[in-house]
Design a protein around this ligand. Sequence first.
Ligand SMILES: Nc1nc2c(ncn2[C@@H]2O[C@H](COP(=O)(O)OP(=O)(O)OP(=O)(O)O)[C@@H](O)[C@H]2O)c(=O)[nH]1
Ligand SMILES: [Mg+2]
Length: 353
Amino acid sequence: MGPSQSRKERRAKKKRNKKIEKEFAQDNEELDKEIKILVLGTGDSGKSTFVKQMQILYKEGFNESEKQLYRNAIRENIKNHVKELLRIANRLGLTLQKSNIYISEEFMRLLKEKTTKEITEKIKNCVIKLWNDSALKTSFKKRAQFQLPDTANYFLNKTESIFRSDYEPNEVDILGCRIPTTGIKQITFKLNDNIWKIVDVGGQRSERRKWIHQFDDVHLFIYVCAISEYDQQLFEDDSVNRMLESLKLFKKTANNEHFKDKDCAILFNKMDLFSEKILEVDLRVCFMEYDGGKDLENATQFIKNKFLKSSKSKKREIYCHYTCATDTENVKFVFESIQSSVSQKLMEKSAKF
Ligand SMILES: Nc1nc2c(ncn2[C@@H]2O[C@H](COP(=O)(O)OP(=O)(O)OP(=O)(O)O)[C@@H](O)[C@H]2O)c(=O)[nH]1
Ligand SMILES: [Mg+2]
């Protein structure tokens, strides 16, 4: 190797080092601006729905392969809804129309078959007939005592189009689709000069032990409570009231050593369902001491106070929001409020140093 060559090599090395330094400085700058938000709460409370809205609002929505995934999941959702409705009808002693008894047996048999175009068509026909049966409609009304999602009727009413070969789910369908989260999912986007990293976790009991790995460097945690679930039992354990589980979990999380003084936003979610339910079902089914009657304002205030009292920290800020995670405009408004509080706090902090 000649001397001129080694000079050339040295120059190339210097150039490479400079490039690495520049990238490193850029990375550090990006890291400074990264804001990590952890979304916590019990299963089915609406965490992933909230995060899906981030994808709609601040990213490019859903790509073809995601749409295909949701299309298949929605079809699976529908099959499970009918299965659960048949189970409820049976438990309640409701009898199907004579002609539908055979259809229900046929439906259960078809579910075991390999999914082909022909089988899918047959399943669709069974679903339509069964969903038109008054026994299943009555079962749907009694869903709070069982494990049937509130969105079940939305999808069941759309069965014909959902099972068509050219069906492509729209945003409303994707937001209504239920896929319980397993593991950790995250979404990153740029907004107002900051990189926002939103971390979504699974909320069912078996998933919660994975949360701890996400506790570092959190700027704020969002706690999602499905406020409409005060008369429902846990999917994992039907002897436990969902609202009480959520309150207990919030208390445990908010007072956890890692989060001691961390700011928090509580989303009292599924307000659309709550505002209808509270007129029918008294909050006393969950909290015996509540005496505000079937009144939306009294009931929301009561639940909010229960949560606020559970946090021991005097230093933390708790922002409360009433949300409907399936409503894009509502989530936009709420997230903008959260992000402006977080940005403001960061600016105050950096001004101090
Ligand atoms: N009506 C109504 N449905 C909602 C709302 N928020 C979420 N949902 C529905 O509730 C179901 C559960 O929502 P997810 O976002 O999957 O719940 P999650 O908290 O991520 O649940 P895990 O992943 O199991 O922890 C979905 O079918 C959503 O469409 C809401 O505000 N109103
Ligand atoms: Mg989820």
